[in-house]
Design a protein around this ligand. Structure first.
Ligand code: LMR
Length: 396
């Protein structure tokens, strides 16, 4: 039976890392995957993580099973971060949170949950969106459509198109939105535009699903999370996936969460019971370590401050790299305008490079980017940027 199975295509993002790892050129550069590297090109071990791990080492505990929904202290800390400390949603116990295997795991729990309770709904993702969104919801059994989002002409959001598409969606449709730092385009909508989106979603009886994998990489932790509170205040169903892969530099620990908001505490309890069924039938319960590290860091005041400072430093360094990228390209490729890269937010730049140009970067310069032209600005540093700029100037 296995002899008839086709070779699957490489993953559009993680497949690039595979190709990068196989490249023997010592000067290779990976601008594909969304990972933050420091100015020495290393994935940082944050001091807040190191200190949290030291605290945990002092109280080494047996590794028994966590509850199906994860560590209680972690889930509570996630809620405070996502909804804002002391928010009415938390006080009213209208939100339930389950620890998840990274942001991807959170999306999958949400997708399986929705497939069980809204099986006839279609899912709408932005055009374009994170490559895995479509695959993930399709594999959960949904038909996945797109709504207009990116406008290549203005390098911004086609907001009129987005709103029109939201208004045309059938009642009960599931809308996947990027809470901040849109992946892959780096183009976000404004707070006033969010208000219009929230109104359209409410009026249309749609189910919003916010993917928040980059909280803190846009304007700040509270600023980036503000949209969640807006959705919560508007009422109606709401799902939020979040991840600490990037913000805690804990990629391999797979630390994320899914939060779902119901109309009352009683409804929320029923939602949690069903989310637990989804988790139990997928992987039973989450791993301990990453959740403990994050919970410790978020709830120990000194570590919490350290984390906020370290996250701010990552955000600032990315912004500096955007500026350097633009300035240097101005010199090396004078006929081309890359000013828009300064305005984009988060880890990525939708650079406008074509698939062919990306291919030339890879084949001729061992520089790896996503086929769509997405580059990870967080992988640029003061040592590799000149090589990247020279290569881009050559392929333009
Ligand atoms: C990305 O977009 O590169 C990251 O979210 C990593 C991933 O899992 O694709």
């Amino acid at each position: 039976i296995f002899s008839a199975i086709d070779m699957a295509p490489r993953d559009p993002i993680l497949g690039i890392t595979e190709a990068f790892n196989a490249d023997t050129n010592p000067a290779k550069i990976n601008l594909g995957v969304g990972v933050y590297y420091d100015d020495n090109g290393k994935v940082p071990l944050l001091a807040c993580v190191r200190k949290a791990e030291e605290l945990l080492m002092e109280q080494l505990a047996p590794r028994t099973y966590l509850p199906i929904e994860g560590l209680a202290a972690y889930d509570a800390a996630v809620q405070e971060l996502v909804f804002g400390a002391g928010s009415a949603i938390i006080q009213d116990k209208r939100a339930v949170t389950v620890q998840a295997i990274g942001g991807t795991g959170a999306l999958k729990i949400g997708a399986d949950f929705l497939q069980r309770f809204a099986p006839g709904s279609s899912v709408y993702i932005s055009d374009p969106s994170w490559e895995n969104h479509r695959a993930l919801f399709e594999s959960a059994g949904f038909t996945v459509n797109t709504y207009r989002y990116y406008d290549a002409a203005t390098r911004g959001v086609d907001f009129a198109g987005m709103l029109a598409d939201l208004k045309a969606m059938p009642k009960g449709a599931i809308v996947l939105l990027h809470a901040c730092c849109h992946n892959p385009t780096g183009a976000d909508i404004s707070p006033a535009q969010w208000d219009e989106v929230i109104a359209a979603i409410g009026a249309g009886g749609l189910i919003p699903f916010l993917d928040m994998a980059y909280q803190g990489f846009g304007s700040g932790i509270a600023e980036d999370g503000a949209v969640v509170a807006k959705f919560a205040a508007a009422g109606g169903p709401l799902l939020i996936s979040n991840s600490f892969s990037k913000s805690f530099s804990l990629y391999g620990e797979r630390v994320g969460a899914l939060s779902v908001v119901g109309a009352s505490a009683e409804e929320a309890a029923r939602l949690l019971s069903q989310l637990k069924r989804v988790v139990r039938t997928n992987y039973s319960n989450p791993p301990v370590h990453g959740g403990k590290v994050v919970a410790t860091a978020l709830t120990t005041p000194e570590l919490r401050q350290l984390w906020e400072d370290e996250l701010a430093a990552m955000r600032v360094r990315i912004k500096e790299m955007r500026n350097t990228f633009v300035e240097k390209l101005k010199e090396k490729a004078p006929g081309h305008d890359f000013e828009f890269v300064r305005e984009q937010v988060g880890m990525f730049s939708y650079s406008g490079l074509s698939k062919q140009q990306v291919e030339r970067l890879r084949l001729e310069h061992s520089i790896y980017a996503v086929d769509t032209g997405r580059i990870c600005v967080a992988a640029l540093n003061s040592k590799n940027i000149d090589k990247v700029i020279d290569a881009i100037a050559k392929v333009l």
